[in-house]
Design a protein around this ligand. Structure first.
Ligand code: IMP
Ligand code: MG
Length: 179
């Protein structure tokens, strides 16, 4: 049983995913893509996107973390790196949310050091309020205000990732959202 008021509904999410996938399919026409999902948060977003992207593509993942509960530690840890050969590939990094920008700044550098043909960033959510570094975000699902959100892959303390929509998380709502 899943409860909690959606901030972004399943319908809104699916509509935007379709638009983003169409845009990527157009931009990468004639090219082959290496889609890299940043786990765990991007698993749902990338699986929805992958079904709709119309160019040949490979999928890989990178496992990274920087957050404990609702606070960034500022230090990105890579638990598992990309296993595909990145050299000369057109890479898109799929992320759940960009907040301070520190995670993606670091991960983009890691990917660039592997000499890809190109690297772009596709983030489901963009929370600009606490941005600490400038990041060029090539594809953005939704700009959101300064709230901690859960669902559609995003977690609070590893919970709520399985909600099919995005909800605003408040400490006292833990018992009201069952994910
Ligand atoms: P950044 O390094 O501050 O940009 O943080 C990016 C990472 O922090 C994301 O990949 C998420 O894992 C996590 N994060 C930031 N904001 C939220 C949020 O509102 N809900 C859930 N996770 C978040
Ligand atoms: Mg994440």
């Amino acid at each position: 049983m899943i409860t909690g008021k959606p901030f972004l509904t399943v319908e809104q999410i699916q509509r935007r995913v379709k638009e983003l996938a169409a845009q990527i399919s157009e931009d990468y026409e004639g090219k082959e893509l290496l889609a890299v999902g940043i786990l765990k948060g991007a698993f749902m977003f990338l699986s929805d996107m992958a079904k709709l992207i119309q160019v040949p593509m490979n999928v890989d993942f990178l496992v990274a973390s920087s957050y404990i509960k609702t606070h960034t530690t500022g230090e990105v840890v890579i638990h598992a790196d990309i296993r595909e050969d990145v050299k000369n590939k057109h890479v898109i990094l799929f992320e759940d949310i960009v907040d301070t920008g520190l995670t993606l700044q670091y991960l983009k550098e890691v990917v660039l050091s592997k000499k890809p043909a190109s690297v772009k960033i596709c983030t489901f959510l963009n929370k600009k309020a606490h941005r600490q570094v400038h990041m060029d975000l090539d594809y953005v699902g939704f700009d959101i205000p300064d709230e901690f959100v859960v669902g559609y892959g995003l977690d609070y303390d590893n919970r709520f990732r399985n909600l099919p929509y995005i909800a605003i998380f408040k400490e006292d709502s833990v018992d009201n959202i069952k994910g």
